[in-house]
Design a protein around this ligand. Structure first.
Ligand SMILES: [Zn+2]
Length: 217
């Protein structure tokens, strides 16, 4: 059991990588329909704030802009959710050693080209490289770019081999355990749920063994 009420402000960050944590903003991927913790653009802003991806001031500016232009806010919210679902489908396939569907890769590549279009690099005389975004729009585009870049970096990292899907809830996570044997996004929540289910299943089987007649009726 989790010791807190799950909201977008408290939801576990068990993914171990930014874009994976972003795909884990729904309750349970195996439930139909699942509960979505990002129900509107305001939830996205809350998540951005929580992860310190932007300054307090920048987030406030995006909020004021969206308040003024709710149609743009709604459109961008839908786009961000689309990005999340593309990433989920892509890394879920990867976690099962399957090739991501062609249409998913095509859509990801479209977003990737947008991200690289806006990416700028600065190099200081002390050889420090800094990344920046060409556009400084007060909207969700820079956030989208950061998430897409995080996915691109994971795809090009050795850590890709460690991407897994939780047996209990379908959340994606990086398994950094020594023998890569983790099965759950979180031992306390999902691990204990499965263990409890197995315990009751075994108990039921033992009762059935002792009273086979009950089964025959
Ligand atoms: Zn889980």
């Amino acid at each position: 059991m989790r010791p807190f009420i799950r909201t977008i402000e408290t939801i576990e960050l068990d993914g171990g990588w930014l874009c994976l944590d972003f795909t884990n903003t729904v309750s349970n991927r195996f439930e139909e329909p699942y509960f979505d913790y990002l129900s509107c653009y305001k939830d996205i802003l809350k998540w951005m704030k929580r992860l310190n991806l932007f300054s307090h001031e920048e987030i406030k500016q995006i909020g004021s802009f969206f308040k003024k232009y709710p149609d743009i806010a709604e459109k961008q919210y839908k786009k961000i959710i689309e990005v999340r679902e593309i990433l989920y489908r892509m890394f879920s396939s990867v976690s099962r050693d399957q090739q991501p569907p062609e249409n998913i890769l095509k859509r990801f590549n479209k977003y990737l080209s947008e991200t690289f279009r806006d990416l700028r690099i600065r190099v200081t005389k002390n050889r420090i490289v800094k990344e920046d975004w060409h556009r400084k729009d007060q909207d969700l585009l820079p956030f989208q770019h950061i998430i897409i870049k995080s996915a691109y970096e994971l795809l090009n990292s050795d850590l890709l081999l460690k991407v897994k899907e939780c047996d209990n809830c379908g959340w994606l996570f990086l398994d950094r355990s020594k023998n890569i044997s983790r099965r759950w996004c979180n031992m306390q929540t999902c691990g204990s749920t499965i263990k409890a289910q197995k315990y009751y299943q075994k108990k039921k089987e033992r009762i059935m063994d002792r009273h086979p007649a009950r089964d025959k009726k």
